[in-house]
Design a protein around this ligand. Sequence first.
Ligand code: KIV
Length: 307
Amino acid sequence: MSLTNFPGSANSSPLDPAITKVTIPALAEMKRQGKPISALTAYDYATARLVDEAGIDLVLVGDSLAMVVMGHDNTLAVTVDEMLHHTRAVRRAVRRALVVADMPFGSYHGTVTDGVANAVRFVKEAGAEAVKIEGPRIALVQALTDAEIPVVGHLGLTPQSVHRMGGYRVQAKTLDAVHQIKADARALEEAGAGVVVLEGIPREVAAEITAELTIPTIGIGAGPECDGQILVFHDMVNLSFAPKAKFARRYADAASLFRAAIDHYREDVEHRAFPSDEESYHLPSAVKKEMQAEQSSVQPIKHLRKA
Ligand code: KIV
């Protein structure tokens, strides 16, 4: 590859040279400049396009799709192949935002070698620009960094640890736990992580971690002092069919909007009000005339037979 022909050489999007691509170094620069980072999950082409076109900086293909898209009770069941399928759809939609793929449960909990091999699949087969892994898996973060794969760490309430945590509980509420999460965050940064998601921890703890790290923190249920914020798309638009978490502000009621549209459509079908003539295809007028002529020439024979 010639450097002069490299499409990303001026930080432009490979899919649209007019757009400046968000990268891991660009997110670090936003932190340095005190510019808040916006992040959302997306799992398919349509929502990823909306999210990207709205100027969101980071799109996470979260394993939360196990719950909000696939209807599982928790995130544990989703597989690498399912995550790859959704990451590809999002990748096709996104021009500007950083595309991060969540490594699903089981895909990095064995050997570091297996974890790296699975992460490579997200980059090679789905076009992910970084992978997210839950917990302080320092050796793996180091190995991924050595393998040129940017890492988004995830500390605090890590949903893949639901059984160990005994439910989805706010973490880092004791002094020991505060010291531990701060040490974990520092270790992730030292191992090469480019961003850390902080989920479900007290605001005061997230603020301290954010102040200590040079890499950006992205909060979800971690207060406003984080360098950025992320929400699950379906929570934000009321499509997750789950009780609302304290932090999950609803910006729209897509469930009501969709329900009204679906009801209206069903009624129209039942009353033969859909489709209208304007929504129907028509024969070319010459063919229509030929057809009418054919029908009128056939009718007398029918009458003859009746007589
Ligand atoms: O899977 C997901 O959606 C996440 C976010 C909640 C950070 O990990």
